[in-house]
Ligand binder design. Structure first.
Ligand code: SF4
Length: 370
């Protein structure tokens, strides 16, 4: 494609003009659309609306397992055979201590996840107390993911000071029954609408790599725009052994980057997050995802570990980005390396000398030649 094509996309998106479906599809699929030019356009849009910084989120898996739902991608689902160590709800003190640790570790936002179909009235009141405690003791934004909610329950959380409610679309309306049978796509939309009506910011994202088509990926991107969500986690399916969905070979690093660019173009003001699976699927291209995306998770995901903190901080720094935290990246790296041996190893560039076997491989064979 000519330079004009990429320039026009950026110009359209910085004035929040909607891209056509033809262009959106080409962004994902056409070999004429060059990745590096696309990333450049996405960065122009990112910079205009959310600057050059990276917002760090830390997830707290507040309760592990005991979920009656059957989301086919989830290790905590009743239908999952995954080998997880279940535990009931953590104590308030434990959750609070972890919020403080997240803040001291550079997190801007603390995301508490509660497995289950949706909270009871008693659980909602408990969550409201917890939100108040965290907000009064720690300068961190709070997000809750607690399943299906109605307006009254969302309002209790909003009044307690909750900043955002997370409830992912996960996949398209068409594909939803293939990834879950215990609740519907409509149930999820209702929860998002209840949260919006209660005045909460919305975090709602997708999981790619669960057998969806390009049409599904496009539909989700346009739907999230219609919902004006403030935050979009783009997850790449992690095939934890024992979950119902099997890994599919669709997620190349290039494709993942194209999806992130598309989500930035269609949701120019949103916080776009490289979420679960960034390490597994983006691999050596990971830092490039920060051109369209402006947020990531530190310390892994719900049930799967992510890369080490120091590696993530170093990647942000090496890419020339800053972080939204009262601590600088250098301070955070220094704090990590002073308290953890693992951190030091992670940052070290170890020099390993070649031995004779690598220098002269033929010496070891039976026919060294002449
Ligand atoms: S994604 Fe949430 S609701 Fe679905 S099975 Fe997992 S914990 Fe339960």
């Amino acid at each position: 494609m000519k330079r004009q094509f990429y320039k026009k996309i950026a110009e359209q998106c910085v004035v929040e003009e909607l891209l056509s479906e033809k262009i959106a599809r080409d962004i994902l699929l056409s070999s004429d659309v060059e990745l590096i030019s696309l990333l450049d356009s996405a960065y122009m849009v990112r910079k205009k609306f959310v600057g050059n910084s990276v917002t760090i989120h830390v997830i707290n898996n507040a309760q592990n397992g005991y979920c009656p739902e059957d989301c086919h991608y989830c290790a905590q689902a009743k239908s999952s055979q995954a080998d997880i160590e279940e535990y009931p709800l953590k104590s308030d003190q434990e959750i609070l201590r972890e919020a403080k640790r997240a803040h001291e570790g550079g997190a801007h936002r603390y995301c508490m996840v509660f497995a289950g179909r949706g909270p009871s009235q008693k659980r909602i009141e408990h969550l409201a107390r917890l939100i108040r405690d965290i907000k009064s003791q720690c300068p961190i934004e709070v997000c809750v993911s607690a399943g299906l909610l109605d307006h009254d329950k969302a309002q209790v959380l909003a009044q307690a000071g909750l900043d955002r409610l997370n409830h992912n679309l996960n996949t398209s309306a068409r594909h939803y029954s293939k990834i879950c049978t215990t609740h519907t796509y409509k149930d999820r939309l209702n929860t998002l609408q209840a949260a919006r009506k209660a005045g909460l910011q919305i975090c709602s994202g997708v999981i790619l790599g669960m057998g969806e088509t390009i049409e599904d990926v496009l539909e989700m991107a346009y739907t999230l725009r219609e919902l004006s969500v403030e935050s979009i986690p783009v997850n790449f399916f992690i095939p934890i052994p024992g979950v119902q969905i099997k890994e599919q070979p669709t997620l190349t690093p290039e494709y993942c980057l194209r999806v992130l660019c598309l989500y930035r173009f269609l949701n120019p003001k949103a916080e776009i997050r490289i979420a679960a699976g960034r390490e597994r699927y983006l691999r050596s291209m990971e830092v490039m995802a920060l051109y369209p995306a402006n947020s990531l998770f530190l310390d892994g995901y719900l049930n799967a570990k992510g890369s080490q903190r120091t590696r993530t901080f170093q990647m942000i720094k090496d890419g020339g980005f800053t972080i939204s935290s009262e601590y600088s990246i250098d301070e955070l790296i220094a704090a990590e390396t002073s308290t953890s041996n693992t951190g030091q190893e992670d940052l070290a560039v170890e020099i390993i000398m070649k031995d004779l076997k690598s220098l002269r491989p033929e010496l070891g064979s039976s026919n060294p030649g002449t």
